[in-house]
Design a protein around this ligand. Structure first.
Ligand code: AMP
Ligand code: GLY
Length: 423
C-alpha cells in the first residue's frame, strides 16, 4: 500500500513510524514532513498545497498511485480535505468538515452535547460583547472564556480577574483580536480534577479506543509556567480504570457519534475527548478530530494492532470487527523545545546527540521529530516543540527513566524540557 500522511509534527512522525511497522505498507509520503520523517527509509517528504479545494493533494495521489490518505492536523479537516478526497475517489481517514466542527466550533459541540444528553457543566454562548460581559459579571466565580473557532491552542483563557475577563470579551467580540475564531465565545464553568485524553478510531456509530493517556500542558515542572501544546505525555493513564474508560465511551463518545448521525453526518477518523475527571464524574473539556500531540507519540507505540488494518476497516465500514489490543507496560514521551518556546521560539540551532539517543532507546523507543529541518547535512531546530523522546517500559517509572536517559544525550543551545513527565 502507498500511504500519504498530511502534517509535519511529532504526531505525524509517530503515524509514519507506526505505518512503517506494517508489512502491508510499501511506501509512505508525507506533506510537509520534517527532518526526522525524511530520514526514515521508505518515506518521501513532499510539499503540497494544503489549502482548499486541495487539488494539489488529489493530483499527487493520482500521479503517485496513493491508496490511502491519513490526515494529522485539524485545520485541513475543518476546511474540507476529507470531503475533497471523497469527491476525488481517494480513500481518506479523517473527519469530513461537518464532523470536524466538533473541534472547529466549541459552540457546535456544546449544543450537540446538550441535545445528546451528555453530562455537562455550565456554559453560555455569546456573540454580543455587552451580553457576554453582563453574564461574566453575574458569575459567583471566574469562568473560562473560549473562542468558538480554531485558535492554535490560544483560544481558552482563565482571566486573572472579572475586569480582565470583560476586557478580553470586548477585544474578541468587538475588537476582532482573535479573528473569526473569536467572533463567538463560549463562557464555561471551571472544573477541577485530573485531565485525561481518551482517543479513539471512530466510524459511524462505532469507536475503538487507544490506551487512555495524559499530557502535561504547562511549560515548567510542577505544572507551572505558561500553557503549551504539550511538554510530554504518558500512557496508560493510571487515573482511569478500564470501567471508567468504558463509561466515557458509553456516555460521551457514542452519544456524540449518534447525535452527529442523526444530523446526517458520519465521522470516519480519530475522535479525541479531552476529559476532566471531576468529583462529580467525567466531564468533557473539548473534542478534537485528530490524535493528540504529544499523546500520539505514546499511544501509537502502545498499540499492538497494525495501523493500516484498523484504518482500512474504518474506511470500509467494518471498524466494529476490530479487536483493539494494547501492549502491556507503559510509554512515556518527553518533549524537548527550543529556547523562547512557547512565546517566541528561536530557530536554527544545531541539534547534537540524536544518534546516541536513538541507540540508547534501541527498539523500545523512538526519537520523534517535530520542529526540525536539515541544513547543510545537519539537523537544526525549526519550531517550538522540536523532538519528543519516547520510551517503552514495564511500567511508567521505567519508561520515564529510559526516556530521560536517552534525552540526556541530546543538546542544543537553549533546549528546554520538563524533568517530571509521568513522575
Ligand atoms: P480546551 O481548548 O477547551 O481544551 O481548553 C484548553 C485547556 O484549558 C484544557 O486542556 C484545560 O486544561 C483548560 N480548561 C478548559 N476548560 C476548562 C474548564 N471548564 N475547567 C478547567 N479547565 C479548563
Ligand atoms: N496535547 C493536546 C492536544 O493535542 O490537543
Amino acid at each position: 500500500m502507498r500511504v500519504l500522511v498530511i502534517g509535519g509534527g511529532g504526531r505525524e512522525h509517530a503515524i509514519v513510524w507506526k505505518l512503517l511497522r506494517s508489512q502491508r505498507v510499501n511506501a509512505v509520503h508525507c506533506s510537509p514532513g520534517n527532518a526526522g520523517i525524511a530520514r526514515e527509509s521508505g518515506v518521501e517528504c513532499v510539499a503540497l498545497s494544503l489549502s482548499a479545494p486541495f487539488d494539489d493533494v488529489a493530483l499527487h495521489c493520482r500521479r503517485e498511485r496513493v491508496d490511502l490518505v491519513i490526515v494529522g492536523p485539524e485545520a485541513p479537516l475543518v476546511s474540507g480535505l476529507a470531503d475533497a478526497m471523497e469527491d476525488a475517489g481517494i480513500p481518506c481517514f479523517g473527519a469530513c468538515w461537518q464532523a470536524a466542527q466538533l473541534e472547529g466550533s466549541k459552540a457546535f459541540t456544546r449544543k450537540l452535547m446538550a441535545e445528546a444528553g451528555v453530562p455537562s457543566h455550565g456554559f453560555e454562548i455569546f456573540e454580543d460583547a455587552k451580553a457576554a460581559q453582563d453574564f461574566y459579571r453575574s458569575r459567583p466565580e471566574r469562568w473560562w472564556i473560549k473562542a468558538d473557532g480554531l485558535a492554535a491552542g490560544k483560544g481558552a483563557v482563565m482571566p486573572g480577574s472579572v475586569e480582565e475577563g470583560c476586557a478580553l470579551l470586548a477585544e474578541w467580540l468587538e475588537g476582532g483580536k482573535m479573528g473569526e475564531a473569536g467572533k463567538r465565545v463560549v463562557i464555561e464553568e471551571p472544573l477541577t480534577g485530573t485531565e485525561v485524553s481518551v482517543i479513539a478510531f471512530a466510524q459511524g456509530e462505532t469507536v475503538r479506543c487507544l490506551a487512555p493517556s495524559q499530557d502535561h500542558k504547562r511549560l515548567l515542572d510542577g505544572d507551572q509556567g505558561p500553557n503549551t501544546g504539550g511538554m510530554g505525555a504518558f500512557a496508560p493513564s493510571p487515573t482511569l480504570s478500564e470501567a471508567q474508560r468504558a463509561e466515557i465511551e458509553r456516555d460521551f463518545l457514542l452519544p456524540t457519534l449518534r447525535a452527529l448521525k442523526k444530523g446526517g453526518v458520519e465521522l470516519c477518523g480519530f475522535l479525541y475527548a479531552g476529559i476532566m475527571m471531576t468529583p462529580k464524574g467525567p466531564r468533557l473539556l473539548e473534542y478534537n478530530v485528530r490524535l493528540g500531540d504529544p499523546e500520539a507519540q505514546v499511544i501509537l507505540p502502545m498499540m499492538e494492532n497494525d495501523l493500516i488494518d484498523v484504518v482500512e476497516a474504518a474506511i470500509q465500514g467494518r471498524l466494529a470487527d476490530v479487536d483493539m489490543r494494547v501492549k502491556p507496560g507503559a510509554a512515556v514521551t518527553v518533549v524537548a523545545a527550543s529556547e523562547g518556546y512557547p512565546a517566541s521560539p528561536r530557530k536554527g540551532d544545531i541539534i547534537e546527540g540524536l544518534a546516541e539517543a536513538e541507540s540508547a532507546l534501541g527498539d523500545d523507543g523512538k526519537v520523534f521529530h517535530a520542529g526540525t529541518k536539515e541544513a547543510d547535512g545537519k539537523i537544526v531546530t525549526s519550531g517550538g516543540r522540536v523532538l519528543a523522546v519516547t520510551a517503552l517500559g514495564s511500567d511508567l517509572r521505567s519508561a520515564s527513566d529510559r526516556a530521560y536517559e536517552a534525552l540526556g544525550h541530546i543538546r542544543w543551545p537553549g533546549m528546554q524540557h520538563r524533568s517530571d513527565i509521568a513522575r
